[in-house]
Design a protein around this ligand. Structure first.
Ligand code: BTN
Length: 246
């Protein structure tokens, strides 16, 4: 992958491409360039997922962090980005679902994940958003290798993908999406995201009073909150803070 070419194609002044890093989130956090900028790696030794999980990051996958300035409704960035990543990947394989709040799944397992971190740049005192994207692309593994079912574009299609091209196309849609979110707010995305989320019956697990509760998503509101129906027939509004994963 060629950083200069990618920078020119995307109109980005700063692009870093590494063979191996601990986590692109950490490298991006330690960079004091003005946003937007991009940090990608062929592999990560300490790839991170949401809620303290590990993101297995062997060569063949796509791992990158796009750093932007915060937008007025930054809380919606993970959901909007997951929606956009799913749409982009649907150009390569069929039958992908968006699982609230921000997983991209196939019935064979998880294909891609999004995590967004916010930090202050010590040098200039400004906040930054680090949009971390992991996509299983050209890897292959035996069923049951990982605790959580996972799949890759190669395993689903039998094709090998050009990682640089995919990095460019995903980064482009994410930059446009964050701009659009900044201009129109989440209400501009709500109908599309809601339609995709409600296209399938999706289970949601959350912790209440120390107990794991299983429910089903029946709507999301214009603040991205999930409205769920528990197995006892109770309707509960969930903000992202309640989620237990899975
Ligand atoms: C999740 O589904 O839990 C989110 C996974 C996010 C993984 C990406 S890979 C690039 C970036 N660097 C990391 O350490 N994590 C994110």
């Amino acid at each position: 992958m060629e950083p200069v070419r990618i920078g020119e194609e995307l109109g980005l002044y700063h692009v870093e491409l590494h063979e191996e890093v601990s986590s692109t989130q950490d490298v991006a956090r330690n960079c004091s360039m003005p946003p937007p900028y991009l940090v990608a790696a062929r592999s990560q030794t300490k790839g991170r997922g949401r809620m303290g999980r590990t993101w297995v990051s062997e060569p063949g996958g796509l791992y990158f962090t796009l750093v932007t300035e915060p937008v007025p409704e930054s809380w919606a960035v993970p959901l909007v980005c997951a929606h956009l990543v799913r749409e982009e990947l649907l150009g390569q394989v069929d039958c992908l679902t968006l699982k609230w709040p921000n997983d991209i799944l196939h019935r064979e397992g998880k294909l891609a994940g999004v995590m967004v971190e916010c930090w202050d740049d010590g040098a200039c005192g400004q906040s930054r958003l680090g949009i971390g994207i992991g996509v299983n692309v050209n890897q292959e593994w035996a069923r049951g290798t990982y605790d959580v079912a996972a799949t890759s574009l190669f395993m689903l299609s039998g094709r090998i993908f050009d990682l640089e091209r995919m990095l460019c196309s995903l980064t482009r849609v994410l930059m446009r999406g964050v701009d659009e979110l900044g201009e129109k707010g989440f209400v501009g995305f709500h109908p599309r995201v809601r339609e995709v989320l409600l296209a399938s019956r999706q289970p949601v697990k959350f912790i209440r009073g120390g107990q794991l509760v299983t429910a089903e998503l029946y709507d999301i509101d214009t603040r991205g909150n999930g409205l769920v129906l528990t197995s006892d027939g109770e309707r509960v509004e969930l903000s992202l803070a309640h989620l237990a994963g899975g």
